[in-house]
Design a protein around this ligand. Structure first.
Ligand code: AMP
Length: 420
């Protein structure tokens, strides 16, 4: 070990586990790419005000968890704690919404930073793949995104996840509910911080995990009873579309999520094998966000799925992804001449699209075969002076242990055939 360690709340992705992370990112991205979402990448940091306005001054994310810094030039920046505000900012800046092709459908993948209390499944640096559909109010779009996330999780083999669904109302009905809820909450026996929360973001109180708080909330007014007709109809349509697609969900009227910008459809994917950090992904509609960051009215919907927790969910379900062999062929040269010849063979294999590796460093047969085993290669190519004199290499099937001599000129074709 060196003098240094990964900072608190972070960890390194190293092989072989890192291959699972790549596969998870790919599995989440694939259904999006196939559904008209284009890739977007934004900086790892933004003007701090973007998040203050776009995520909400009342959220823990902004008040407690942001990594902020002042540059030498005096700019106030923050490492991005989430993706939506940045993606919307970038879409507006590039005028993507003016191309006359709404919704603007985008997907992204990257690192996010929150100064949280680290625990299993909760880190200060984590990874998300997200999707945003900007500029259209259409329940089909909300349903599409939920269906695509469901499809991604299923393609990984995950089964023990549930979809929680709720509607948070819109700018007509939500304020009425908010006031009714505040009136109810002010009469409860709550600590100072929670009392403050009642005034800035009362819906968050419903999300409180403490049993003594939850006990007092049984008779809290329900948002469902306050939804306006338009919100009700919209929500019913989303539910009907999910049902028609065969996607099972649970209505959860307590689901509010931590960010201020959500309106109407809100959803979370939870996994039952993860303990307290059970949310593997979540999202919803954010019809007011564009205006909050100085843009035009652009009703939008999106989600972000956590890559770290999805990997933990796979492990909890005991799912081993069927990852392709990183290396298909491992070449073991015995002697100087064989090194040159086999390295040439390996280069040729690679150019032909066959993943191949090589025993570097002039090692003996025993040590090199150990490396071949460890590499997970399906085949080993071994050649010494006598093989070269006969113009052959020994091709060993690492699964069956069978070995046969193959003419040098036919190695590539033979391997291509065997590997299909
Ligand atoms: P959020 O932006 O809070 O809705 O988060 C969306 C998803 O990102 C969550 O469901 C988690 O899977 C993941 N996530 C959020 N915060 C963290 C964290 N601190 N550590 C690991 N994953 C996280």
């Amino acid at each position: 070990m060196s003098t240094f360690q990964a900072p608190k709340g972070t960890y390194d992705l190293t092989p072989p586990r890192s291959a699972t992370f790549l596969a998870v990112r790919e599995a989440i991205a694939a259904p999006l790419r196939d559904s008209g979402y284009g890739y977007i990448e934004t900086p790892g940091f933004e003007n701090v005000e973007l998040f203050a306005r776009g995520v909400g001054e009342s959220t823990d994310i902004v008040t407690k968890e942001m990594y902020t810094l002042t540059t030498k030039g005096g700019d106030q920046l923050a490492l991005r704690p989430e993706g939506t505000a940045s993606v919307l900012r970038a879409a507006l800046e590039a005028n993507l919404h003016k191309a006359g092709n709404l919704p603007v459908k985008l997907w992204y993948s990257g690192s996010y930073y929150r100064y949280e209390r680290p625990q299993a499944g909760r880190y200060r640096h984590f990874s998300q793949v997200g999707a945003e559909a900007i500029g259209t109010e259409d329940p089909v779009l909300d349903a599409e995104l939920i269906i695509l996330a469901d499809q991604a999780y299923r393609s990984l083999g995950l089964r023990q996840f549930r979809i929680l669904l709720n509607s948070l109302g819109d700018k007509e009905c939500r304020p009425v509910y908010r006031e009714a809820l505040q009136t109810f909450l002010r009469d409860l026996d709550l600590d100072e911080e929670t009392r403050r929360r009642i005034e800035i973001n009362p819906l968050r109180v419903l999300d409180d995990k403490r049993a003594d708080v939850q006990k007092q909330l049984t008779d809290a007014p329900k948002l469902r009873d306050y939804l306006c007709d338009a919100c009700k109809a919209y929500h019913e349509e989303v539910r009907a579309l999910l049902t028609a697609a065969g996607v099972v969900y649970e209505d959860d009227e307590k689901l509010v999520r931590g960010l201020d910008y959500y309106t109407r459809t809100t959803f979370e994917f939870v996994h039952d094998g993860l303990g307290s950090q059970s949310a593997v992904g979540g999202g919803g509609r954010y019809d007011g966000l564009s205006e909050m960051i100085g843009g035009p009215e652009l009703p939008s919907v999106g989600w972000a799925l956590g890559v770290d927790r999805t990997v933990l969910a796979l492990e909890a379900e005991g799912i081993e992804l069927d990852l392709p062999y990183a290396t298909s062929v491992y070449a073991v040269p015995l002697g100087e001449e064989a090194r040159r010849v086999l390295f040439g063979v390996v280069t040729g294999l690679r150019r032909a699209g066959i993943a191949a590796d090589f025993a570097f460093g002039g090692r003996g047969l025993k040590g090199a075969m150990k490396s071949a085993n460890r590499s997970g290669a399906r085949y080993a190519l071994v050649a010494g002076e006598r093989d070269l004199a006969e113009g052959v290499v020994q091709l060993k099937d690492m699964e069956s242990g069978e070995q046969s001599a193959v003419p040098l000129t036919e190695v590539a074709a033979e391997l291509a055939k065997r590997l299909g």
